[in-house]
Write a protein that binds this ligand. Structure first.
Ligand SMILES: [Zn+2]
Length: 217
């Protein structure tokens, strides 16, 4: 038989236990809410880490190094595109083969040179270099896709055949940089409609392509 005192002790323990778990539950929810709020807050974050000048074969650029919390991205800026419409812009993905090893199996180097020539002629423009080797799949994917490419597949199909995404690139950082540079609209140096649409979906107004815009991807 339970005596009165024992009953109260049991009840008190139960109450303490209930209070403890209620607090744990409330705290977990609070931490989750805080985490979601911070994630939302920093989703649009882009930080300028450094700025300098770089002389190239195609004129002098302002080099700005950005960081979005995950990756570093470089913006090369010529002239004063801030507040301007129809700013020439090339969003270029890194390519070890083309830019480091002078490979003749891709045209990344030529595309970069063509974009720099166009921007030099216009006197104003932006090149954004993104660390997205192998269409964002990485260099291993690029190497594994080579056998399929040499068998006659297009690069995009070769990635899929090798078990990777056709295109895993993410242009969010580029959109954040263009917003940070206060560019009103861009004339994107590309013939890749998907890239253009992705940028538009990220809130960057696009001007019509320049007439000379024929072969860049
Ligand atoms: Zn390349």
């Amino acid at each position: 038989m339970i005596k009165k005192g024992e009953y109260l002790t049991g009840y008190s323990k139960m109450l303490k236990c209930f209070t403890l778990w209620t607090n744990v539950f409330i705290n977990i929810n609070f931490v989750q809410m805080k985490h979601e709020a911070l994630t939302k807050k920093y989703a649009n974050m882009i930080h300028k880490l450094a700025e300098g000048a770089l002389k190239t074969r195609f004129g002098t650029y302002r080099e700005i190094l950005y960081y979005d919390g995950q990756k570093e991205t470089i913006a090369m800026v010529m002239g004063n595109p801030e507040g301007q419409n129809e700013v020439l812009c090339r969003i270029h993905s890194s390519c070890i083969y083309g830019h480091v090893f002078n490979s003749v199996e891709c045209d990344c180097r030529q595309q970069m040179e063509a974009a720099q020539q166009q921007i030099q002629q216009a006197g104003c423009g932006i090149i954004i270099l993104m660390e997205q080797e192998g269409k964002g799949n990485g260099h291993l994917a690029l190497m594994k896709s080579q056998a399929y490419k040499k068998a006659g597949m297009k690069q995009s199909a070769a990635y899929v055949a090798a078990g990777y995404a056709e295109d895993a690139r993410d242009f969010k950082a580029a959109a954040k940089i263009l917003k940070d540079l206060d560019v009103k609209s861009v004339s994107l140096i590309t013939d890749n409609p998907l890239k253009a649409k992705t940028l538009e979906d990220l809130g960057i107004p696009l001007a019509p392509y320049p007439a000379s815009n024929t072969s860049a991807s």
